[in-house]
Design a protein around this ligand. Structure first.
Ligand SMILES: [Zn+2]
Length: 313
């Protein structure tokens, strides 16, 4: 021990050893077009690339803010037994959990909130992909059950934004049990006559796709979102065929009838509000529209009669 190691070395290290703390989050690189975007611009644009409109991943909190009107509240979720199998791979699952909790500022991968969307009340459950790839374990199952119960209690539609790599392997069979559990939970919402809307975000795969995420009354996805069960490479190796372009992407699934709509992030709020109105106040919207008759007539000379009356037998 001398003054060099005690005093001089740390100073020198501080000067040269570590790179200067440049806030590297000031600029983001778009994964699609590789252009640089200033983080404020990106934030203001709801994490949609200002150059190519690629939809980057949004945090759960950011998603709630972008969806609900001001004044929403976060719902406290019931605690579940952590690490039921005392699982360990290279590291202990308990340690992985702690690290993810500190990083994401959440207890687990789903955030539940209630509030309103352009004045229509709603309960939302949002997956945080940054939390262990949004994987579904007991806590995620519990979050969805809580959200479903709350929707029924509040007489509000349930909207789930998914982003998940599937089941949480570290919870083994317990994580698989969340598949029927979440299906039953969303079933409760349907049985109460309330809309259950799913917004599939990039990426939604595995056990989440294979359970409640495909059972929405309305299935929406964000542009370019990867949605599937198994990975494309695994499928390609299994079927020994080259998969078509755009396979497992939102637009491809829309074309093939898996989705009802692909909606840009900027239009999601308005779309959800309109859907809630359509599903909950159908009588109000069913009033005859005065402009309907002003539409250009069909080419046939007497379109009204031909179209209105079925031909007599
Ligand atoms: Zn871009």
């Amino acid at each position: 021990m001398n003054w060099i190691s005690d005093w001089a070395l740390p100073k020198v290290k501080a000067l040269f050893g570590q790179p200067r703390e440049v806030p590297d989050n000031l600029w983001h690189k778009c994964p699609a077009c590789e252009q640089m975007i200033f983080h404020r611009d990106l934030e203001r644009n709801l994490y949609v690339c200002t150059h190519c409109n690629h939809h980057l991943r949004l945090t759960a909190a950011g998603r709630v803010k972008a969806t609900l009107d001001e004044g929403w509240s976060r719902i406290e979720l019931p605690k579940v037994p952590l690490d039921p199998l005392r699982f360990r791979d290279q590291r202990r699952y308990a340690d992985r959990l702690k690290e993810a909790q500190a990083k994401a500022g959440m207890d687990d991968a789903v955030l539940v909130a209630q509030g309103s969307i352009l004045g229509r009340k709603a309960v939302v459950a949002v997956f945080e992909f940054a939390f262990m790839a949004g994987s579904m374990g007991a806590a995620v199952g519990e979050a969805l059950v809580t959200a479903a119960k709350l929707a029924v209690l509040q007489d509000a539609p349930l909207i789930v934004f998914t982003a998940s790599g599937g089941a949480r392997m570290q919870e083994g069979a317990v994580s698989l049990m969340q598949m029927p559990r979440t299906v039953i939970a969303t079933r409760m919402v349907k049985e109460a006559g309330l809309p259950f809307i799913v917004v599939l975000c990039d990426p939604t795969t595995g056990g989440v796709t294979a359970s409640f995420a495909m059972l929405g009354d309305i299935q929406i996805a964000e542009p370019g979102a990867l949605i599937g069960f198994a990975g494309a490479r695994v499928i390609e190796q299994t079927v020994r065929e080259k998969l078509p372009e755009g396979f497992q992407r939102a637009e491809y699934l829309l074309e093939h009838g898996i989705l009802d709509m692909v909606v840009k992030r900027h239009d999601l709020r308005a779309t959800l509000a309109r859907l809630i109105s359509l599903l909950r106040e159908p009588m109000l919207l069913a009033e005859p529209e005065p402009e309907a008759e002003a539409l250009p007539a069909l080419p046939a000379p007497e379109p009204a009669e031909a179209a209105e009356d079925a031909k007599p037998a």
